[in-house]
Ligand binder design. Sequence first.
Ligand code: NDP
Ligand code: 8X3
Length: 255
Amino acid sequence: MSDFTGRTVFITGATAGFGQAAARRFARAGAKLVICGRRTDRLENLKGQLDVPVHALTLDVRDREAVLAAAASLPADFAEIDVLVNNAGLALGLEPAHKASLDDWETMVDTNIKGLMYCTRALLPGMVERQRGHVINIGSVAGTYPYPGGNAYGGTKAFVKQFSLDLRADLSGTGVRVTNIEPGLCETEFSMVRFKGDAEKAGKVYQDTTPLSAEDIADCIFWTAALPAHMNINRLEVMPTVQAFSPFSITRKTS
Ligand code: NDP
Ligand code: 8X3
């Protein structure tokens, strides 16, 4: 099913990275789009570039009342959401847990966990009523594999993984699909955000590698959505070929 004409896709975090690339990918397939983010200028700019009906929604997913109100007052043409891409999210900092900022931890929890819950809870009833729909969450390899400095970010993505599986359990028999896409290293604005605008630190993350691109992940998102309605991809873990696993760290008496 690669023609999305007449179907509506709601994408959070569409002002950059995966969300923006996903908006372009679904637009190429003819979908109507609801694009969300905090940066209105970017939303309007993207809307101007897309050749499909677009509802641009300035929205901070951390604002529970705003999310619920926005979902309840979508223009009639955009009110029946077929696909929700819960993509808005961020990592902040790479400090070890005993030095990390509690404010950063709270921002990640509020965005990656609570924001994703608000959007899901706001749009699910319509999907269940229509007996069709697809919630596509953007998790991370960080939700499965720990790494130094991943701490709260990894915790938020582990929540997304388990929440996705539990949604599957609740939605059994409704026709509504749930997928967790779990990307590894991918060059977007992610590291600029994580390192709070330090371009040198952000650049080093991708230096001398071939990371995934936002378009690679947009293709994964689109692929899971375009599969026939009887197929549900539960989890899709994707790394660039240059990324793999390290051995366990062992502290030795001599070190
Ligand atoms: P980007 O920083 O490029 O994009 C993040 C998007 O999230 C932006 O559109 C931003 O919009 C939006 N966003 C952030 N906070 C909020 C908020 N409070 N309300 C609404 N929108 C918000 O990063 P990516 O595209 O890489 O990240 C997208 C998702 O993918 C995130 O959940 C991230 O954790 C995950 N991920 C990223 C990986 C990577 O290596 N890049 C790997 C694995 C997962 P705005 O600032 O305008 O609000
Ligand atoms: C982003 C991937 O490995 O930088 O979710 O945490 S990683």
